[in-house]
Design a binder for this molecule. Structure first.
Ligand code: PYC
Length: 404
């Protein structure tokens, strides 16, 4: 008989909050859920994910779903390369189609200094074994026939960093897939459960207070985006982070015309077309700090203007919806990961700026390793919180999409 309704739910909703968990993960986005999933796979039992809203309500549901590993530093490239590889196998891993389209990613340069930046990235990428090379106008035009590569625009396209493994993915499917997988491995996912305090004693974490009751635990992972500073303050810690809005919008669906992700580092705009035909268009972070999710007209005007420089064919296209997320920016545009040395059992997976979604699988995988083994994986060592006072910054500003 035709089954009209799914009887199986995506993930279990535990009836109550247990008063003791071995690991408490704060944040039900891709990072927290992936960490929970990989902890479950390692056989770590009694894990809870606490989400103050619904799963994927934060940055995981408010990004432009771009996946790539063409970063600027060897540390960044190695890290994101592992993420791309995990994304490549994710549909099979989770038994859930995450619609990863590895269509290729182009970072455009419109000035000589931007071309130099692309050359450096291409060199580093190639040395790290990542497919990425500088291409010029003729080849760009062949790859993206709809883009204006002529001398007409105010800043004509000169070159691009072409990164064939880059692409786009269905971000909500990734979040739901990890939540479903984690739940099947026994993780308790508590939505609408806000953390209100964290207890410590003798230099170690001892518990978490929430809007639904208190939990005793020796291990807490702060995997929040937008609110990581608020959570860190609960243990008396000030993170080197400022929080900015990042806006984006989506057009009405169009016949397929663009099968590459286009990022312009000079025009501060990025454009891709989803499998539904909509163009997803974004810009750099708003230049002021704020926790606002409000969309603004100046953003829409400026970003549409820059998009039309590249794609005059979008002139009469209507905008369907616009949104904003909030981004936690570190001084070097790299994340902060690992256990906090001064507070046993308190782990950070924060500072994800505008590049967090693409790192979900690798962060989850490696943070789970760090928690389960109490050893910092090699891949995470460059991103420790101690780098700020040790002067070991991992400068990714030039490769953080359009955020410079
Ligand atoms: O880092 O690829 C990126 C990105 C795209 C949009 C915001 N950041």
């Amino acid at each position: 008989m035709l089954q009209l309704f799914r009887t199986e739910r995506m993930w279990r909703t535990p009836p109550s909050l247990s008063d003791r968990y071995d690991v408490v993960i704060i944040g039900g986005g891709v990072h927290g859920l992936a960490a929970a999933y990989y902890l479950g796979k390692r056989g770590v039992k009694n894990v809870a994910v606490l989400e103050k809203s619904y799963v994927g309500a934060g940055a995981s549901g408010r990004n432009t779903a771009i996946i790539r590993s063409n970063y600027r530093t060897p540390e960044g490239v190695a890290f994101y390369d592992e993420s791309v590889k995990l994304y490549e196998g994710l549909s099979v891993e989770l038994g859930y189609n995450v619609l990863f389209s590895q269509q290729g990613h182009l970072t455009l340069a419109h000035t000589d200094s931007a071309v130099n930046g692309l050359r450096v990235r291409a060199e580093v990428n190639q040395l790290c074994g990542v497919s990425s090379r500088v291409i010029w106008r003729e080849e760009i035009q062949k790859l993206v026939p709809a883009m204006d590569c002529s001398d007409r625009p105010r800043y004509p396209v000169i070159a691009a960093l072409y990164h064939p493994p880059g692409g786009i993915i269905r971000h909500d499917a990734v979040v739901w897939g990890y939540a479903r997988g984690a739940s099947r491995l026994g993780v308790d996912i508590h939505q609408f459960t806000e953390v209100t305090g964290i207890d410590t004693a003798g230099g170690a974490v001892t518990g978490v207070r929430t809007s639904r009751g208190d939990i005793k635990t020796g291990t807490v992972l702060n995997a929040t985006a937008g609110f990581c500073s608020t959570i860190a303050k609960m243990v008396g810690m000030t993170l080197p982070i400022t929080t900015h809005p990042l806006q984006a919008f989506v057009t009405e669906p169009l016949t397929a015309f663009l099968d590459k992700v286009i990022v312009s580092s000079n025009l501060h705009v990025y454009v891709s077309q989803t499998d539904r035909g909509e163009c997803v268009i974004g810009s750099e972070i708003d230049p002021y700090t704020s926790y606002s999710h409000r969309s603004t007209l100046p953003f829409l005007e400026a970003t549409a203007h820059h998009t039309l420089e590249l794609f005059p064919c979008l002139r009469d296209v209507r905008v369907l919806r616009q949104w904003a997320g909030i981004c936690d920016m570190t001084p070097d545009y790299s994340p902060i990961m690992g256990e906090v040395p001064a507070l046993k059992g308190f782990f950070l997976d924060v500072g994800w700026g505008t590049y967090g979604f693409k790192a979900g699988p690798v962060s989850g995988y490696r943070m789970a390793e760090a928690i389960a083994t109490r050893q910092t994986p090699e891949l995470l060592k460059p991103f420790s919180i101690t780098r700020f006072h040790e002067g070991r910054l991992v400068g990714e500003k030039a490769a953080a999409a359009v955020s410079h």
